[in-house]
Design a protein around this ligand. Structure first.
Ligand code: ADP
Ligand code: MG
Length: 334
């Protein structure tokens, strides 16, 4: 471990899932959920991962949390390769990274008190006296805007938003450096979403935690993240700060995603994106070319022949995997 290592470095992460064989003599089909994703996250900063359903976001979350092994690639937390750690070391390291799941109903054990739920991650770190455990649960409940007295209750006594606060309290109890939040507000009412997002921002200031924040909605990551990566079919297709992605998206897929953002855009991105998305898929593009080419309104012959690499553009930190990113940038979003 080196002092200068970033909090999180994901290197060329690949994950293939083998599906059950469809025919006796055929090779079993394989899902390429992640196809070589790399990024770094500095301590105290937050990174958003956006992409439509099936783009590989939850797979990435599970690999970063070391809940399952990658097919290839590495996850380095403060310079240590999580997937190469001996089990006991990994258990100890888990104090530094915790997860908040999408479903606030499924993710809390209905038979446990809130105190037990919140203190559960502490068990792996050694025994805590009942008195100390009570104190920690009370501190965490108050940090997330609930009451210390809520510790004795059960999950069914809370609303979805309150349950997600409990899940956040549980994630914070070990004083982690990183919280991986997989669609933490997607299951909540819109009015409650903003409250939970504001809470997560406040907690970041208070505890100095970093988020790897996953969402299918660019507007949600905009509130919480300093930087955003757009995933498409298991690849990073664009990266930049939220403002750049909103106002100067260079990848046609990011522009298509903006179409799904409910907040009013000053631009006319919606119509152009709708046109791009409506193009019929071209199966032959998949083998060699850009995986977005079948849906892309900017498609040229080169896009079907050659897969574009993620490459830096003019704005600092902005990168896109598109042969024609400069032209896309220069083209009106209308
Ligand atoms: P997202 O969270 O962006 O919706 P996922 O990471 O859940 O995407 O899924 C990415 C792809 O991998 C999808 O095609 C999904 O069906 C597939 N996948 C995910 N987990 C498994 C699994 N355990 N077994 C087989 N396929 C999986
Ligand atoms: Mg998911």
């Amino acid at each position: 471990m080196t002092a200068k290592a970033p909090l999180l470095a994901v290197q060329e992460l690949v994950k293939h899932y083998r599906l059950p064989r469809e025919r006796l003599l055929a090779a079993p089909p394989t899902v390429h959920a992640l196809q070589g994703v790399s990024f770094t996250l500095q301590a105290g900063r937050s990174l958003g991962i956006v992409g439509e359903s099936g783009s590989g976001k939850s797979t990435l979350a599970r690999l970063v949390m070391a809940l399952e092994p990658p097919t290839r690639g590495q996850v380095l937390l403060a310079g240590r390769d999580l997937h190469a750690l001996p089990a006991a070391d990994l258990r100890a390291a888990r104090a530094d990274f915790q997860m908040v799941f999408q479903d606030p109903f499924g993710s809390l054990d209905p038979r446990q008190t809130v105190e037990r739920i919140i203190c559960e991650p502490l068990l792996a770190q050694g025994r805590l006296s009942p008195q100390r455990q009570r104190e920690r649960a009370a501190e965490m409940l108050e940090a997330v805007g609930l009451r210390a007295a809520d510790a004795a209750k059960y999950p069914h006594e809370f609303s979805g938003g309150q349950r997600q606060r409990i899940a956040i309290a549980r994630a914070l109890v070990t004083q982690p450096k990183l919280i991986v939040a997989d669609e933490p507000v997607s299951a909540l009412d819109v009015s409650v979403q903003a409250q939970v997002l504001n809470l997560m921002q406040d907690l970041q200031d208070q505890f100095g935690v970093s988020y790897l924040f996953i969402s299918h909605d660019l507007a949600v990551v905009d509130l919480v993240c300093d930087e955003v990566i757009v995933l498409y079919q298991g690849r990073a297709v664009e990266q930049g700060d939220p403002d750049t992605l909103f106002h100067a998206a260079a990848h046609p897929y990011t522009r298509a995603l903006l179409q799904a953002v409910p907040r009013t855009q000053p631009s006319g991105a919606r119509r152009g994106a709708a046109r791009a998305a409506a193009l019929p898929p071209l199966e032959d593009a998949r083998a060699s070319g850009c995986s977005f080419a079948p849906r892309c309104g900017h498609r040229q012959p080169r896009c079907l022949a050659e897969a574009p690499a993620l490459r830096p553009l003019n704005a600092p930190g902005h990168a896109a995997a598109c042969h024609f990113a400069e032209q896309v940038l220069a083209s009106p979003v209308d």
